[in-house]
Design a protein around this ligand. Sequence first.
Ligand code: PLP
Length: 293
Amino acid sequence: MSTTVVLLSDTNPAGVIADASAPLINIEDQGLTRGDGVFETMLAVNRSVRKIDAHLTRLAGSARLLELPMPSEKQWQDAIATALKEAEVGARTPLGEEHTVKLIISRGTVEEGPHSWVTVAPSSAKVLSQREEGVKAMLLPRGHDPAEDSAYPWLLAGAKTLSYAVNMSVLRYVKSRGADDAIWVTDERRILEGATSSVIVAKTVNGVKTLYTPEPSHGILPGTTQGTIFNGARENGWELGFGPLYPQDLLEADGVWLASSVRLLAPVTHLNGTKIAVDADTTYELLGYLANN
Ligand code: PLP
């Protein structure tokens, strides 16, 4: 599997195609040495990026928090178009041809400053298989309530930074214990988010279909997938709720999903080893709200 790289450039509006196997990052790049940068991961179906506006809006917010320069929307759009045109054949799925598209802004070196690039690669088969097979999730402590971070701008609450070592570490931890994914909780066991996803819960109460997610502005990453699904659900008669959610709410739900841009919706089949309800009809309905976005 090869990755296509397009570097954003002030002199070349369409971006510059680069050789992904060549050394493109300076060894002193602070995106590399400190995780000092921001990114977005997006899904392209049939070489068209899904919900690009929501991703560019979130990227702009992340860049603002880190005081990084945000290239213009046109620069991103043109570089993405160049990369998607150049990319090798993607993964074939019922949706069409799928690629994973990443946008990155790195602090760069002290001498040269920030720089940005786009990568496109076929989506991983393992990630795509979770749409069908679902995930076994473990509830694990976040260590503190990220809502507390919101008061302190230097803690970068809600920014999608390159510092994902903790997110990757928790995935290794759950895998070593036979699970697929983690759902973080606060010390009082309030549900936060997945390692790389938002949590969505469906429950019918007194005949009223309700979708819940933990309050997105409370220190967790506001998910573009969750946001798009909730917009569609609202238009289709669902009640919406924004937590607080606790483990019991997930155990008693009609369905629980991990939502993220490339995976879309992965039904949670087990929580801490306990089998929970899987709602295939609702999965299908919620996926429909993502279809044209
Ligand atoms: N929360 C975290 C920590 C994530 O890393 C991600 C995606 O990578 C999400 C939520 C879901 O965001 P989106 O739906 O915009 O992909």
